[in-house]
Design a protein around this ligand. Sequence first.
Ligand SMILES: *Cc1c(COP(=O)(O)O)cnc(C)c1O
Length: 382
Amino acid sequence: MERIPVAGPWITQKEIDYVTDAVTNGWYGNANVYHERFERAFAGYLGVRHAMALPSCTSGIHLALLALGVGPGDEVIVPDATWIASAAPITYVGATPVFADIDERTWCLSAESFEACVTPKTKAVIPVALYGNMPDMDAIEDVARQHGIVIVEDAAEAIGSEYKGKKAGSFGDAGVFSFHGSKTLTTGEGGMLVTDATKLFERAQFLRDHGRKPGDKMFFNHEVAYKYKMTSMQAALGLAQLERIEELLEQKRRIFSLYQKELNGVEGVTLNYGTPDAKNVYWMVTVVLDPKFNLSKERLMEIMSERNIDCRPFFHPLSSIPAYRDTEQARLARARNQVSYRLTPYGLNLPSALSMTKEKVGIVCTTLKDILRESASGSQVS
Ligand SMILES: *Cc1c(COP(=O)(O)O)cnc(C)c1O
């Protein structure tokens, strides 16, 4: 049997044509044509004023925090269960990440836990649309407003998701997206920073190009800053993908509904939650198992792999991994974040590549159900 990958893109002739045009013609006076088209189309899609194409989402969070003036002595609240890219830029700017708990159902930042983590030092919060689902943005915005906290929305996994009809990434002071090869819209590696705030955007433009003004031809740097740019080949790829976004999103939602049909009613298996107020684009179809199966995500991943199916573990709490576990904030988080510590050991991302077919979903689900049955009956799972 052919190995089933966990994630991957959907590339058509359109993408190949655009990239070919960029590599052929995107030089001299045309060097920025695809960036401008991609950024304009992206801002239009989201309904925001400004969009900046970047080499990664990580660099987008870094620039947003810098442009918002976050630095040493500040605390930034981030959900405990997310990819480290949500938190690492907090450390880059010398601020302190504070790990809040996630919501039981959405698996995104809990507004209650966010509020409980606020101190006089809290400067920013980074809600994450985990696996494509939306956090309770009304409640998060309320808490942020009451305490004068800025919001940087990590929508890396959630292009096309909506909360009460408003698109992921368009909330808060700034939003960021990832176009990594595993994401719904890909440029291989890449990201986008979006905002309505013109001052913030201009500051980010300055910081992303070695501290010089956009269009500077004198190579005159006012500050030591960063170099965060995307190539025109990547921008061309992104533009082609964005022009196909509805098709990409439809495929993601179709894959989820195929899984849902197969796994509906399977005792002890919880799938991604379809929040009533939100449109979830299901970047990664994810199951959280009842601990009664006595199957950790590590063990389950290993068994699935032996059966030719690649999965990924639910993100480990950031407060549990070596990169952060010895910090004071990680110690506090381990005592506080019961939901993160209860769910993440038993969560697994199932194959969600855009190349998934009904047959492959069937194979994954049959395999998973077999393993769970063997496990529940106490027989040796091998
Ligand atoms: C993928 C991802 C990122 C980082 O994206 P890069 O483009 O790899 O920097 C950030 N946050 C979340 C939640 C992600 O899934």
